[in-house]
Write a new protein. Structure first.
Length: 303
């Protein structure tokens, strides 16, 4: 067991999605182990506000999987007025016991974002602390960022968001009771409340994989307010054509794969049923082309 005097190698950022760009900084912190305990200093919510591209619970689980045990979540309101040098000396060096720091080239800190990598390098030299500044991870569209991923999700381009994340976009949630109309139509669905604060996909129907306590199943998910029957909140309603059983009260993880159609109101439940069945066939084709085994296993969280 490490002594309490063990110093930490800390990745710096918001890490509101642990996407491919974030992972490069986090992996850099891990490379200092075992001499230093790897971890992260990060904001609980993005300083600029707005939705995140991964739930905080999933972020913490990813940190667990990466072995980032020295974790220091920050409330922006508590540090927003600290000067840049004070943030580093009192916060990172004294409180967080930093022995090494890792950040991206665009990392900013201190009141009014007055500090950047150059100032951080000067302060680290004074303190004898190692610093690694990572270049941005980019693709043909530019720097990979939470903003790009959020915009893709909100436009319904989950396939594009998935490429930037390095895994399928989604969440885990408890299966709740709905109005049971799907059961009567022969297309029983899993209903989940959409997580507050998570970037919301364009309302509509998506192909998906679902990770359940009884295995992984392809499916078709409607995200929205169910205009044909009505709902007062945003729901994810998923039909698993090949699944039979009861999952009420259990946690299921949803992985979105591709957009099928916009949400719309149907003239009758029979018309809705026919379209759902057709969407199920489309979802099967998409899922066959995007098996979960095609993604790194460490990126796919459980339910």
């Amino acid at each position: 067991m490490r002594e309490q005097t063990q110093k930490n190698a800390l990745a710096l950022g918001t890490f509101d999605g642990v996407h491919r760009g974030h992972r490069a900084v986090l992996e850099a912190a891990r490379q200092f182990a075992p001499e230093l305990t790897p971890g992260a200093v990060y904001f609980e919510t993005p300083p600029a506000g707005g939705p995140v591209v991964e739930t905080p619970e999933d972020r913490e689980e990813r940190f667990d999987r990466m072995g980032l045990t020295a974790r220091f979540p920050l409330a922006f309101d508590r540090v927003r007025d600290l000067g840049a040098a004070e943030f580093v000396r009192r916060g990172l060096l004294d409180r967080c016991r930093a022995g090494a720091l890792c950040c991206g080239e665009d990392f900013r800190f201190g009141k009014d974002a007055q500090g950047g990598p150059e100032l951080l390098a000067d302060l680290c030299r004074e303190a004898g602390v190692a610093l690694r500044v990572l270049p941005p991870v980019a693709d043909a569209g530019g720097k990979i960022s939470s903003t790009r991923i959020r915009r893709a999700v909100e436009a319904g381009d989950v396939a594009g968001a998935n490429r930037l994340l390095g895994r399928p976009f989604g969440f885990a949630g408890t299966v709740i009771h709905g109005n049971h109309l799907g059961t009567g139509m022969g297309t029983p669905t899993l209903n989940q409340a959409y997580p507050a604060g998570l970037a919301t996909p364009r309302f509509g129907v998506y192909a998906c994989w679902c990770r359940t306590p009884r295995g992984d199943w392809y499916g078709v998910t409607n995200i929205g307010r169910k205009p044909t029957v009505g709902s007062d909140r945003i729901l994810a309603e998923t039909w698993l054509p090949d699944f039979s059983g009861d999952l009420y009260g259990q946690r299921v993880r949803l992985f979105l794969l591709g957009f099928i159609r916009p949400e719309r109101k149907f003239a009758s439940l029979e018309e809705l049923r026919q379209v759902i069945v057709a969407n199920g066939r489309q979802a099967a084709d998409i899922a066959r082309g995007q098996p979960l085994a095609g993604w790194p296993a460490e990126e796919l969280l459980g339910c």
